[in-house]
Design a protein around this ligand. Structure first.
Ligand SMILES: [Zn+2]
Ligand SMILES: [Zn+2]
Length: 176
């Protein structure tokens, strides 16, 4: 059996819950490979969930369905185009409450680590601060009640990333 693909920008897609162990066939290659991606697929065609990791890693799922697996915000020009392509078309995405968006640092995409809540963010002050800054940019101010309500499984959630170069944690939040 081929080794399970690894993803530079989504190192543990099973741990983040976007990939499950399943005997379901892949919608792209039709094979039963044991791992099925259940995260978002943005495609002009019918929703094509249930993709294996191999078809995501080699780009065949993105090509067949003209699909992307996440959204990227406007990023600075120093992020190379191939990085954006890899994040959009060859990396498992993640499901948020609102349109998800990837985060970037040091002229590269950051690694997505998973959903977090207030307790986890307390342990990573730089990430907590970034979440609060994000809220401030929406005119929400530093609403402590909102921050404290953040939960990996609740109705307001934080999304944690880490820079692959300097190790800085990045995070944003959204809610139902
Ligand atoms: Zn497949
Ligand atoms: Zn960095």
């Amino acid at each position: 059996m081929t080794d399970v693909p690894t993803f530079r920008y989504h190192p543990d897609p099973v741990g983040t819950g976007e990939v499950i162990t399943s005997d379901a066939p892949c919608r792209c290659c039709g094979r039963h490979r044991g791992f099925i991606y259940t995260g978002p697929v943005y495609s002009a065609e019918e929703v094509v969930e249930e993709l294996c990791l191999w078809c995501i890693a080699d780009g065949s799922a993105a090509t067949l369905f003209e699909a992307e697996f996440t959204d990227v915000p406007t990023v600075s020009d120093d992020v190379p185009r191939p990085v954006l392509t890899e994040v959009l078309t060859r990396t498992p995405g993640f499901s948020g409450w609102q349109q998800e968006h990837w985060m970037f640092h040091c002229a590269d995409a950051a690694a997505y680590l998973g959903k977090v809540g207030y307790e986890e963010l307390l342990a990573i002050p730089e990430a907590l601060e970034m979440v609060q800054q994000g809220m401030a940019s929406y005119g929400l101010g530093k609403r402590d009640d909102y921050t404290r309500a953040l939960s990996a499984t609740g109705e307001a959630t934080g999304y944690l990333f880490r820079c692959l170069h300097c190790g800085t944690h990045l995070a944003y939040s959204d809610h139902v």
